[in-house]
Each structure stands twice: as structure tokens, then as C-alpha cells.
Write a protein that binds this ligand. Structure first.
Ligand code: ZN
Length: 241
């Protein structure tokens, strides 16, 4: 089984199309989406359409539920809130319903997925340190846990009850160990690498890899400016912040 795992598309059609194109060469059996298809970018409708076409197992991000009015707008910072109000206005009822119906958590025999910290998915707590990561690993019942939300990719392994960060972005999973992976962001990377991030998990050869991909950042930026969204949301795409 080969999983195509990705997160945080954030209405960035150029990045999403590039990643889906790259996935065509990966022989993916099942797509997994870790949340935030909308917010920040200029193409929410097109991104929702593409997401539905690949029929992923998908969980909700805070922006998805924000657009569907299930997460209150005062939860968000100014830029995110402005983009969400803009997004809500252009989505139709069916698109809002799709976002509202996304579940908080997905689990099968191979992996568990939530947008943020697994121990309380509804709180959308960022995993930015090993202490927070530990809470997710403790309750993890599958070999692999997948999160997004911070837009910063990582692969952690649990050893003697404690998480350890691995330096590699391609890792061979060892039998009996648990791993927590942030698959990074397709549409708004924040690890100072502006390239789109996406992930492939192969259960046969037990490897997980986070890959990066150049895409047409300039067009995505121009669309954000043309839509009248905050300028900062265009600028940061070029910086990977
Ligand atoms: Zn996000």
C-alpha cells in the first residue's frame, strides 16, 4: 500500500496542482489529507474540487472549520480572519457542507491522522516541541501518526517513551516503534523553504519520505494580490514563512 499524505493546501491552486502532478508518478493507492484545504490563498473553490476528485481520507483543519463557522473567527489572527471572511463569501453551500462534514480524526491499521495534536484534535494545538509531541505519541495506537498545522515538516520516533527528532526526511520505519510525522504544507510552507511539501508512505518497504517541489509561486502571489487579500499572504509564499 502506498499512501500519498499531504496537508495545509490553503487555497494555493498552483502548489496543489504541482503536488498532484508529482503524485501521478508515485503509484498512490490512498490519499490522506491532514486538513486546511482553504484559508490564506485565492483559489478555495478550485482546491476543494481537486481534493474531492482524489477522494482522500480527510480530516478538518482549523481553517476548514473556520470557513464552515464551526471554529469561531476570533480564534484566528487578523490575516487569517480576513482571508476566511473572503473565503466564506465565495464558497457555495455544498462546499461549506463538505468542509463542515470533515472529521477531526482518521484512523486505520497503518496510521492515525489529525490536523494538530492527536490527544485533543478539537483544540488544534500546535506541536512545536517534544513535550507536546509526546502527548500525541502516548495515545498513538498505530505505528504512524500524521499531523499538519504548523507547516513545518518533521519526523519523530518514540524511544523509551520519549520522542526523538530525526534529521532525515526519508526514514525506514522499524518494527514495534511509533513515529509522529508532520508532513509539512503544500500551499504555505513555513520552514524557510518555499517549495511545496508532500509525503509518501509505503507500507511494503516501510519507508516514509517528505518531499519538496518547486511550483509557480509568482502566479499564486499575484492571485492573492488581485483578490484583495492581505499583501503579507502573498509575500510569505516567496519566503517560506
Ligand atoms: Zn494551516
Amino acid at each position: 500500500m502506498r499512501y500519498g499524505i499531504f496537508s495545509d493546501v490553503h487555497s494555493n491552486l498552483e502548489a496543489f496542482e504541482a503536488v498532484l502532478d508529482a503524485y501521478k508518478k508515485e503509484k498512490i493507492d490512498q490519499y490522506i489529507f491532514a486538513g486546511d484545504i482553504v484559508g490564506y490563498g485565492a483559489n478555495p473553490k478550485e482546491c476543494i474540487k481537486l481534493l474531492r476528485e482524489i477522494n482522500p481520507q480527510a480530516v478538518c483543519g482549523n481553517h476548514d472549520w473556520g470557513a464552515a463557522e464551526k471554529t469561531p473567527l476570533d480564534y484566528f489572527n487578523d490575516y487569517a480572519r480576513q482571508a476566511l471572511i473572503w473565503t466564506r463569501d465565495i464558497l457555495d453551500e455544498a462546499e461549506i457542507r463538505y468542509l463542515a462534514d470533515l472529521k477531526l480524526i482518521y484512523k486505520d491499521n497503518d496510521l492515525t491522522v489529525a490536523h494538530a495534536s492527536l490527544d485533543d484534535p478539537q483544540a488544534f494545538e500546535y506541536i512545536l516541541d517534544l513535550q507536546t509531541a509526546r502527548k500525541s505519541l502516548e495515545i498513538l495506537e498505530t505505528p504512524l501518526g500524521i499531523v499538519g498545522h504548523s507547516h513545518v515538516p518533521f519526523i519523530l520516533v518514540e524511544e523509551e517513551g520519549y520522542p526523538r527528532a530525526l534529521k532525515e526526511y526519508k526514514v525506514k520505519l522499524q518494527e514495534g516503534k511509533k513515529y509522529l510525522v508532520n508532513c509539512g504544507s503544500v500551499g504555505q510552507p513555513r520552514d524557510l523553504d518555499p517549495r511545496a511539501a508532500y509525503c509518501v508512505y509505503d507500507t511494503q518497504d516501510k519507508t516514509i519520505e517528505i518531499k519538496r517541489l518547486e511550483y509557480d509561486i509568482k502566479t499564486a502571489q499575484e492571485k492573492i494580490l488581485d483578490a484583495g487579500l492581505p499583501k503579507n499572504l502573498a509575500y510569505r509564499l516567496g519566503q517560506g514563512t
